[in-house]
Design a protein around this ligand. Structure first.
Ligand SMILES: *[C@@H]1O[C@H](CO)[C@@H](O)[C@H](O)[C@H]1NC(C)=O
Ligand SMILES: *[C@@H]1O[C@H](CO)[C@@H](O)[C@H](O)[C@H]1NC(C)=O
Ligand SMILES: *[C@@H]1O[C@H](CO)[C@@H](O)[C@H](O)[C@H]1NC(C)=O
Ligand SMILES: *[C@@H]1O[C@H](CO)[C@@H](O)[C@H](O)[C@H]1NC(C)=O
Length: 116
């Protein structure tokens, strides 16, 4: 029984860690940093933020192939926004990362995109 309880605890901790930070693709040491964006939002009472981070920015052109995308949650205390890859990503030249905050929680996340 105790084993089961700790197993559940580990599983939920893993879920929390997975929920607010994310990585897609694989970064090579020679890859270039194409974009680093800090997304900071103050909490909305009884509502949540849904923020899209677009790469490349409108009006800009990117010819490098994306190798990896990282999202770091700066809250680190389980209040972080949930990142998902809405379009593009590794092997492509564009990406849209969505950050969905928890209700009544803000966002303090950093999105990094690497490419070659
Ligand atoms: C990383 O980049 C170097 C230099 O371009 C290349 O020789 C190496 O094969 C690459 N490694 C991977 C895992 O893509
Ligand atoms: C976001 O997180 C960073 C790193 O922990 C911190 O330095 C910064 O003050 C935070 N910003 C806000 C608005 O909370
Ligand atoms: C997590 O940290 C942020 C920023 O420091 C804070 O606003 C938020 O209330 C914290 N969440 C919890 C559950 O403690
Ligand atoms: C990217 O392309 C390489 C080589 O074609 C393939 O091995 C890899 O699985 C692809 N990765 C993704 C995320 O599609």
């Amino acid at each position: 029984m105790k084993f089961l309880t700790s197993l559940c605890l580990i599983a939920s901790l893993a879920t929390i860690a997975w929920a607010s930070s994310a990585a897609w693709g694989r970064r090579n040491s020679t890859d270039y940093l194409l974009l680093r964006e800090n997304v900071v939002r103050t909490p909305l009472k009884n509502n949540y933020w849904s923020v899209n981070v677009q790469f490349p920015k409108s009006g800009q052109v990117n010819k490098r192939v994306i190798t990896a995308i990282f999202v770091y949650d700066r809250f680190t205390n389980s209040s972080g926004a949930f990142p998902s890859l809405w379009s593009g990503g590794p092997n492509l030249t564009y990406a849209t990362v969505n950050l969905k905050s928890q209700v009544s929680r803000g966002i303090n996340s950093t999105v990094e995109i690497y490419g070659r």
